[in-house]
Design a binder for this molecule. Structure first.
Ligand SMILES: O=P(O)(O)OC[C@H]1O[C@H](O[C@H]2O[C@H](CO)[C@@H](O)[C@H](O)[C@H]2O)[C@H](O)[C@@H](O)[C@@H]1O
Length: 240
């Protein structure tokens, strides 16, 4: 599929890790490429502010990475929203994560070298990128935690990681909520993502008459191709 050039009436929803940012060995090792902030600033200007970040990252982490920008978006897979006016809203029905989950996991993985526990306001992740031999064990320990909490939380595979998130926190929900108000309302939503969690955001954009673009399937490359597309909005990009 030829990726269409960005149009002035679009609302663009962008995933962060694996879409705008190249994947890194650890969550805290990502590098924000030179020029990305300026590219996003230009897009914000062109689309009247209708540029959102929809990420699994917590809001403060996303804001730190993209400083000085504080774009609207969905954070923690949509658990928290920031609208076009900068107002923050957490989903009303978001369940509190049991307080003992993080310490229980920290104790468990103490003997699993290379496995990283990432805690977030509304979820947690076990990363096995540096220790793939622990992949099954990390999934199983999270599944064990979820027993009795299945109504509230779900396990999600990610790139070299497994993540627990609240069931109600989805990127599709974030797209639908943001599209209800300015500056997104009445624009054509276009979601760009790369991972399992992004499929829902892509589906929501398509259901609203827009596009869901996948980094691997549509850009046939990686974040560098996405960044180039964002930086050259007037150009038409044909898939190689
Ligand atoms: O929704 P996203 O913006 O794509 O965030 C998804 C998860 O990304 C992060 O983990 C992934 O990226 C890391 C840095 O490149 C990488 O080391 C890891 O293997 C990937 O799974 C982040 O740490 C998670 O919190 C996000 O949910």
């Amino acid at each position: 599929m030829a990726i269409p050039a960005i149009e002035d009436h679009w609302a663009v929803f962008l995933d962060l890790d694996g879409t705008l940012l190249d994947l890194a060995p650890r969550p805290d090792a990502v590098v924000v490429p030179t020029g990305l902030i300026a590219t996003l600033e230009g897009l914000v200007q062109r689309l009247g502010g209708a540029v959102a970040i929809v990420t699994g990252r917590a809001r403060d982490v996303a804001d730190t990475l993209l400083a000085p920008l504080m774009l609207p978006g969905g954070f923690g897979h949509g658990a928290e929203l920031r609208d076009g006016a900068g107002r923050i809203r957490t989903i009303d029905t978001i369940p509190a994560m049991p307080a003992d989950w993080a310490p229980r996991l920290a104790a468990e993985i103490a003997t699993w070298p290379g496995v990283i526990l990432e805690t977030k306001p509304h979820g947690l992740v076990l990363h096995h990128r540096a220790a793939p031999q622990w992949k099954d064990a990390t999934r199983d320990v999270l599944l064990a935690l979820l027993r009795g909490h299945d109504d509230d939380f779900t396990l999600m595979p990610a790139h070299m990681a497994f993540e627990i998130r609240p069931r109600v926190a989805t990127k599709g929900r974030a797209v639908r909520a943001l599209m209800q108000a300015a500056p997104f309302h009445a624009r054509r939503p276009v979601f760009v993502g790369d991972d399992v969690t992004d499929e829902d955001g892509m589906e929501a954009a398509r259901a609203l008459g827009g596009l869901g673009l996948h980094v691997g399937r549509d850009f046939h490359g990686g974040p560098a191709q996405v960044r180039a597309w964002l930086a050259q909005p007037e150009a038409r990009h044909a898939a190689p």
